[in-house]
Design a protein around this ligand. Structure first.
Ligand SMILES: [Ca+2]
Length: 379
């Protein structure tokens, strides 16, 4: 990300106006000033505070690229008494009917998920009647994070039950019209030369776990059928390239599966996150009309902490086939830290499987994450 080191220059102009009737008032006052700032000397009058923001495109004074809004707070004695939101594109916001006296302005740059990307606060200043004041707030990045998104490019095709198939070995089949596929299951258990069930073929080149910034030194993934009745769930090993793309077609009957890949690095803007093992759980399912779908992500957005940074304001957003939501799919996410388990608050939001979680304040720093498991499963 460009601009992480840069600060924002926000100019606060205090326009001292002895009388200014509150018309409209603050868009989002935290508390009514009349009720919450009794220590203020109300008899001394009010001023109006105008916060101007320079949405600079230069590299020396820019806000983080992902910033969607800036939240500005007027504080006294550590308490926020007025709060305003400046959406991207707006250049100023007006705090009306601000009592004179000592104030500190705090500003936070937030992304579209509300995560704080950068923040800062002004020196303490005095708002007096008939005084114009400029205050500069330098925003500094809260944490260096890995940010990225991209299509996972999962492509596939449904092949109908009864389609001619020949078995090459325990996990290799040749399906008429498709070609050679790997499968954890025996696709022709009754040995009649035809597919026992409809199957979904994830085509070579698809990257079920891969996305922009993803790389691995693992040269193969293991696809396991989970929730299978067998004591040893059926599995197949599929070669992949460094970007996570499958090098072979994989045929999957309806069911629940996991793909596991090891030694993952996610890179973005020069930052890296290392993950010892990453698993994606997914379902292949039939809708009411009998069409096959999967809950593999069709796109992934993420922001993850870099090595050595605390886990906070982290998210993974998995976009899946809308049919999965219709069918009542639920999201799962697990993260294990190399130095032990971290208690996370998982908050599934929205239909796209967005998951955000935060470490406890003061929690442990992050080394190589030993395990990240995400997925979307049918009930
Ligand atoms: Ca058969």
């Amino acid at each position: 990300m460009k601009g992480w080191k840069a600060g924002l220059m926000a100019i606060l102009v205090g326009l001292g106006m002895a009388v200014l009737v509150g018309c409209g008032g603050s868009k989002a006052p935290v508390k009514s000033p009349q009720q919450s700032i009794s220590p203020l000397d109300m008899s001394a009058g009010y001023g109006t505070v105008v916060l101007s923001v320079q949405w600079s495109k230069g590299k020396s004074r820019v806000i983080p690229e992902a910033t969607e809004r800036i939240v500005a707070r007027l504080k006294r004695s550590g308490m926020t008494l007025f709060e305003k939101v400046i959406e991207r594109g707006q250049t100023q916001v007006v705090f009306e009917k601000v009592p004179v006296g000592e104030w500190v302005l705090e500003a936070e740059a937030q992304d579209r998920f509300g995560a704080v990307l950068a923040k800062g606060q002004s020196e303490s200043f005095t708002l007096e009647a008939n005084q114009n004041k400029q205050v500069t707030v330098e925003l500094t990045a809260v944490a260096l994070v890995v940010t990225g998104s991209g299509p996972t490019q999962v492509t596939g095709t449904r092949v109908a039950q009864g389609t001619p198939v020949s078995r090459i070995d325990a996990n290799t089949f040749n399906i008429s019209g498709v070609g050679t596929v790997l499968s954890p299951m025996n696709l022709d258990a009754n040995n009649d030369g035809r597919l026992d069930t409809d199957v979904f073929v994830v085509l070579a080149g698809s990257a079920p776990l891969g996305f922009a910034g993803f790389s691995t030194t693992d040269n193969a993934v293991v696809v396991v059928r989970t929730r299978a009745r067998q004591e040893q769930p059926p599995s197949v090993t599929v070669n992949i390239d460094a970007s996570g793309a499958l090098l072979r077609n994989v045929a999957l009957p309806p069911g629940d599966y996991e793909v596991t890949v090891e030694n993952v690095t996610i890179s973005s803007g020069g930052n890296q996150l290392r993950i010892g093992e990453m698993t994606y759980a997914f379902s292949v399912f039939k809708d009411a009309a009998g069409n096959l779908h999967h809950t593999l992500p069709t796109a992934v957005s993420y922001r993850l902490p870099v090595v050595g940074q605390p886990i906070e304001n982290v998210f993974l957003e998995l976009t899946v086939d809308p049919a999965a939501s219709t069918a009542g799919a639920r999201r799962v996410l697990f993260v294990d830290h190399a130095n032990g388990e971290i208690n996370l608050t998982n908050v599934p939001v929205g239909t796209d499987g967005k998951v955000t979680f935060k470490a406890q304040p003061g929690g442990p720093n992050l080394g190589t994450v030993s395990f990240v498991g995400v997925g979307v499963l049918l009930p």
